[in-house]
Write a new protein. Structure first.
Length: 233
């Protein structure tokens, strides 16, 4: 049984989006993964099928109602559903490659796409939603974030990448940013491929790549080095 994601959203037409092409698209076609988009509004009641209301205590914007969202979650995820329930939220814990790998090793996920000013805290607690952020910025809704999370997960599912080593040395897989890449032509606008890469000395090439990755990480993401993340032996 493949990875099965159920996405709760007010805009189901946004899915599968870019997941329908390239690596992810082929994985979906093969059944390695499935992505089901469910409209939260289908679980609203009343004449106007309202899904939001004004924030308690006042303030700008609207808040996604807990009763509507709870019904939507319960409809797609029973009490014995082993899939984690995720809320895409800018206040969530940052998405990491390690969490991506954890999700890829599991049965799937129920992903809630927030809208408006946010989601009522009570449903977050009552339905045990894990808040995940894809970066320190705010989007108009959780849908693009959900697509990014799913893209990251689907591409590392077994068999999705033709060469398993393609993902083994990428940024964050070793705890460092990835080393620079080069290909033909040998000389491009006066810039040559570093000689070590065409030397045939595999040990020297690996050492060069490790050193480049560490230098790049120190310059661009010193926080990773500060956390004590080192290349794998």
């Amino acid at each position: 049984m493949g990875f099965h994601a159920t996405v709760l959203t007010l805009y189901p037409e946004m899915f599968p989006g870019h997941l329908g092409v390239s690596l992810a698209g082929r994985a979906l076609d093969r059944g390695d993964a499935t992505v089901e988009a469910v409209n939260i509004r289908d679980h609203a009641t009343g004449k106007h099928r309202n899904v939001d209301d004004t924030p308690a205590g006042g303030g700008a914007g609207m808040v996604l109602r807990p009763d509507v969202l709870a019904r939507a979650i319960d409809a797609v995820s029973s009490g014995d559903d082993p899939r984690p329930r995720i809320l895409m939220s800018p206040r969530g814990r940052p998405l990491t490659q390690a969490r991506v790998r954890d999700l890829a090793n599991g049965p799937g996920a129920v992903i809630v796409c927030g809208r408006f000013e946010g989601v009522d805290q009570r449903v977050i607690e009552a339905r045990n939603l894990e808040e995940i952020s894809i970066g320190d910025y705010v989007l108009s809704g959780g849908e693009p974030a959900a697509l990014i999370l799913l893209d990251a997960v689907i591409r590392v599912l077994p068999g999705v990448m033709g060469n398993a080593e393609s993902g083994a040395h990428e940024s964050f897989e070793t705890g460092l940013l990835e080393h620079p890449h080069y290909t033909r032509p040998q000389v491009f606008e006066g810039r040559e491929i570093p000689a070590v890469l065409t030397s045939g000395n595999h040990k020297a090439i690996e050492d060069w790549r490790q050193a480049q990755a560490l230098d790049l990480t120190r310059n661009r993401r010193p926080d990773l080095v500060d956390q004590g993340l080192k290349p794998k032996d």
